[in-house]
Structures are given as structure tokens and as C-alpha cells.
Design a protein around this ligand. Structure first.
Ligand code: SAM
Length: 288
């Protein structure tokens, strides 16, 4: 079957696969950084794409946003100062602000147009943008982290696009060195780390670079994400202290978060790795 103009389709040449949604394009613009499109789909609500890649849909964004925020916040003894790099749709910011312990949450997004379009098409993700604890900064996260005050941040969440274009430098040792410097001694970093099925090499490289930069340990967790290639996604946590994120969960009183996917059970389950992931990560560890 050939798809006509009434389908959004994201073909991935490297894997010979594609994800498609039926709908119609409502908006398209080229910003100084990337091409953004908004689609009205028949079954997933609105869809935002960047450079042809799916970013956010109304129907399934809660999976990604809940897992990219609550897992790491509930793995930290006292998450007060949080910085989100990327995340311009404001969904992660909104979840972070559900935690009463958070005193400040700064979103560092390179492309202001992502946020302005999210306000228009995904207003439910932007309802906490006016929270006095929130700061929306528009600029490059790589430079922001270089300039960050040393030892000032509890948690860094890297909610970026794929490692190409402006996001490429967010996936390397040089950036992780700046993150370590900016984190407090208990600090944690979490980064979206693509598909555990399609991007295993990248995941292993990221973990190796995080350890080489000086993080004491790295942990992979995973969750479903329908609109991303393979429908299965991951996050990687890099910790300054050598304490497993699941162990830290047991010492936390979890606030009522009003979540649909995340709870203490899905937190624990997300770290249960299938054998092939466990052994790939073990054999790529710098000290193995
Ligand atoms: N959840 C999505 C995913 O995993 O595909 C990512 C969503 S969010 C829209 C990604 C954001 O990262 C984009 O808005 C993009 O502009 C931003 N971004 C990419 N590189 C960046 C950089 N160097 N500094 C700050 N933001 C960046």
C-alpha cells in the first residue's frame, strides 16, 4: 500500500521500518534550528514532529514525560533544583513541578518555537508554566551547562531530540563533564537514550562516556512509547554516588503524583533488564 498525503510517516532507512499515523498536516515551519510540523491525527490527537521525527502526541506523551521525570526525582534524596535540557513541549517540566520538594525547575530549550507551538496545540502540557518555581530559558543547553554554577543542581534531565543537529553535543563526554561539575555530590542526570532494540550501540556508548566523565554508576530503564521507532524507549541515569536508583526509591516517601503510568511498581519494573541488554551494558563498561 502506498501512503498518500493524509498520512504522516517516519521512515527509518537504517532499520528499513516506518511509523505512520493517519491525519492531516495543520502547520509547518522552518526555524533557525529545525523543521517543525503539527498534525491532527485520527487516533492520537495532535502530533508534533521535528525534522520528520515524532516528538509528542496527545495520546501517548504521558508515558515518556512521567518516566523521564518521576523515575529520577524519586531516585534522589532531596530533589530541589532541577534543570531540563530541551523538553520544549513543557511536558517534562509539568511533571517535575508536581513534586512539592522542587524549589526551582529551569527548562533550557534551544528553540522557542517548540514551546510556542506546544502552548497552542498541547496546552495541557503547559498548564504549570506560570508556576513561580518554573523558569523558561531559550538558548543552547550545551553552553548553558558550561556556564552553570558549580555544585548547584540536584537533577539534570536531558529531554532532547535524537543525537543529530543541535542535540549531537548533548550525547558526549565533554557535555557530561560540564554536567558533573554543575551537579551537587548527590546529583543525578537522566537522559532519553533512544530504543533498546534499535539503538543499543548508542546506549552503550552513552553509558561508557558517562562513566569516563566520572559518574560512579549508570543505570538503564525502559518503557513503552508508541510513536517512537520500535515503540520501545529508554532513559539512562548517571549517578555521582554509587547507589542504585531502585534502592533509593525504597527510602523515599512518594508524594501523590496523579500519574497514569508511573508508580513505585513501574519504577522498579523499568530497571528489570532483559539478559541481552544486561550483558551488552556489562561488556561495554570502561572497567569491564
Ligand atoms: N520527547 C522527545 C523525543 O525523545 O523525541 C523530545 C522532545 S523535546 C521537543 C526535544 C527538544 O530538544 C526539542 O524541542 C529541541 O529543540 C531541543 N534541543 C535539541 N538540542 C538542544 C540543545 N543543544 N539545547 C537545548 N535544547 C535542545
Amino acid at each position: 500500500m502506498t501512503l498518500d498525503q493524509s498520512w504522516f510517516s517516519e521512515p527509518v532507512e537504517a532499520t528499513g521500518s516506518a511509523f505512520s499515523l493517519k491525519g492531516r498536516k495543520l502547520h509547518e515551519e522552518q526555524t533557525p534550528y529545525q523543521k517543525i510540523e503539527i498534525w491532527q491525527t485520527e487516533t492520537f490527537g495532535y502530533l508534533m514532529t521535528i525534522d520528520g521525527c515524532t516528538m509528542v502526541s496527545t495520546r501517548d506523551n504521558f508515558l515518556y514525560h512521567e518516566m523521564m521525570s518521576h523515575v529520577v526525582l524519586n531516585s534522589h534524596p532531596s530533589p530541589q533544583n532541577v534543570v531540563i535540557v530541551g523538553g520544549g513541549d513543557c511536558g517534562t517540566l509539568s511533571e517535575v513541578l508536581k513534586h512539592p520538594e522542587v524549589r526551582s525547575a529551569t527548562q533550557v530549550e534551544i528553540d522557542e518555537r517548540v514551546t510556542r507551538l506546544a502552548e497552542q496545540y498541547f496546552p495541557e502540557l503547559c498548564t504549570r508554566n506560570a508556576d513561580p518555581r518554573a523558569t523558561l530559558f531559550f538558548g543552547d543547553g550545551i553552553q548553558w551547562m558550561k556556564d552553570a554554577e558549580a555544585g548547584s543542581i540536584d537533577i539534570i534531565i536531558i529531554d532532547s531530540t535524537d543525537p543529530v543537529g543541535p542535540a549531537e553535543g548533548l550525547f558526549g563526554k565533554r557535555f557530561y563533564l560540564d554536567c558533573i561539575k554543575a551537579l551537587k555530590p548527590d546529583g543525578l542526570l537522566v537522559q532519553q537514550s533512544e530504543s533498546p532494540l534499535l539503538h543499543l550501540d548508542l546506549i552503550c556508548q552513552m553509558h561508557a562516556a558517562m562513566r569516563e566523565a566520572g559518574f560512579a554508576r549508570t543505570d538503564l530503564f525502559h518503557f513503552p512509547q508508541v510513536i517512537y521507532p520500535s515503540g520501545w524507549w529508554s532513559g539512562s541515569i548517571a549517578s555521582r554516588r554509587d547507589t542504585p536508583p531502585v534502592q533509593r526509591l525504597e527510602t523515599r516517601t512518594i508524594s501523590a503524583l496523579d500519574t497514569r503510568f508511573y508508580d513505585a511498581d513501574t519504577h522498579r519494573a523499568a530497571f528489570a533488564l532483559p539478559p541481552y541488554l544486561r550483558s551488552a551494558l556489562r561488556s561495554s563498561a570502561p572497567d569491564s
